[in-house]
Design a protein around this ligand. Structure first.
Ligand code: NAP
Ligand code: MN
Length: 262
């Protein structure tokens, strides 16, 4: 089996990465950063997000597993003290794959179309001034949004930015996307729904900015700037991310241990 290890880049994560490389090579596994079947990330959730984008062209052939060298993560759920156990599992046992849904984002601008996949979310904001945007759901105008911006998240991204915006935490077994508002303007003139919305598979959300402002779109940890975009389309992607699971660690347990107590 071909594997690769990525690191957040700090000394602790780098030295753990070197140890894992050594252990797995001793077990006879081959390191291959260009076509790995297993990507092991060392750092935090951000490190796994980065690895996801690095290998997003070959999601069918790649499984991910994350080790956290900081606080407990959602994607990075192994601790450094368990590393010997983890490498033995990797070398000796066939692993179980768990798939999580992803978000597909299609950005249309005057003379270009871009497609992105997000593991956590996509956000749209204006650069200076409020964002005014038509919000279409499944082909019909739902509302005209006015405010700071909108966040469209995956179920596994629901514990990230979405949660800070008052969105619900969704179990990653649900193939859905969630739209949450950032400071919408609501008064007698302007009206938005005000609650986060959860859309099922095949229900596309189309955002069409109406005012002539520069737009900032984020996809997970990276930011794209556009002078003018015609539309931003979001739906549950056909692709999924595959996680290698060597032991059960239920999602609700991770939620509890991250946000309530260990
Ligand atoms: P970052 O600034 O380090 O991320 C912010 C925090 O979100 C970090 O503690 C990160 O964990 C954590 N995180 C990432 N994915 C998560 C998930 N699915 N569930 C729960 N927590 C998660 O930047 P980053 O590490 O590159 O992560 C980018 C993400 O930051 C974005 O996708 C967005 O979700 C989030 N973000 C949140 C806010 C907010 O809450 N107000 C604002 C902007 C962006 P690690 O420390 O383990 O990396
Ligand atoms: Mn981070």
């Amino acid at each position: 089996m071909k594997f690769t290890v990525t690191s957040r880049g700090d000394d602790i994560s780098n030295s753990l990465k070197n140890r894992i490389n050594q252990y797995l090579s001793d077990f006879g596994l081959k390191e291959d950063a260009s076509e790995p079947e297993l990507v092991i990330t060392v750092g935090g959730d951000g490190t796994l997000l980065q690895a996801f984008h690095d290998y997003s062209e070959r999601l069918d052939e790649t499984a991910f597993v994350g080790i956290h060298t900081g606080h407990l993560g959602f994607y990075a759920d192994w601790i450094p003290e368990e590393v010997e156990k983890l490498v033995t599992h990797i070398a000796k046992t066939p692993y179980h794959i768990v798939e999580y849904p992803l978000l597909e984002v299609i950005i249309k601008a005057k003379d270009k179309v871009e497609r992105h996949l997000a593991l956590n979310e996509c956000t749209i904001k204006s650069i200076g001034g409020s964002l005014v945007s038509n919000v279409d759901i499944k082909g019909d105008t739902f509302e005209i949004f006015r405010g700071d911006g909108l966040c469209i998240s995956t179920p596994s991204g629901s514990t990230a930015y979405n949660k800070a915006l008052g969105g619900a935490i969704l179990h990653p077994s649900l193939p859905t996307i969630q739209i949450s508002e950032m400071a919408s303007i609501n008064n007698r003139v302007y009206r938005t729904i005000g609650s986060p919305l959860v859309l099922p598979q095949h229900h596309t959300c189309l955002l069409k900015p109406l005012n002539d402002v520069d737009i900032q779109v984020t996809v997970d940890h990276y930011t794209l700037e556009h002078r003018r975009i015609t539309s931003l389309q979001c739906r549950v992607a056909d692709e999924k991310i595959r996680f290698a699971r060597f032991r059960p660690f239920p999602f609700w347990k991770r939620v509890k241990e991250s946000f309530i107590r260990e």
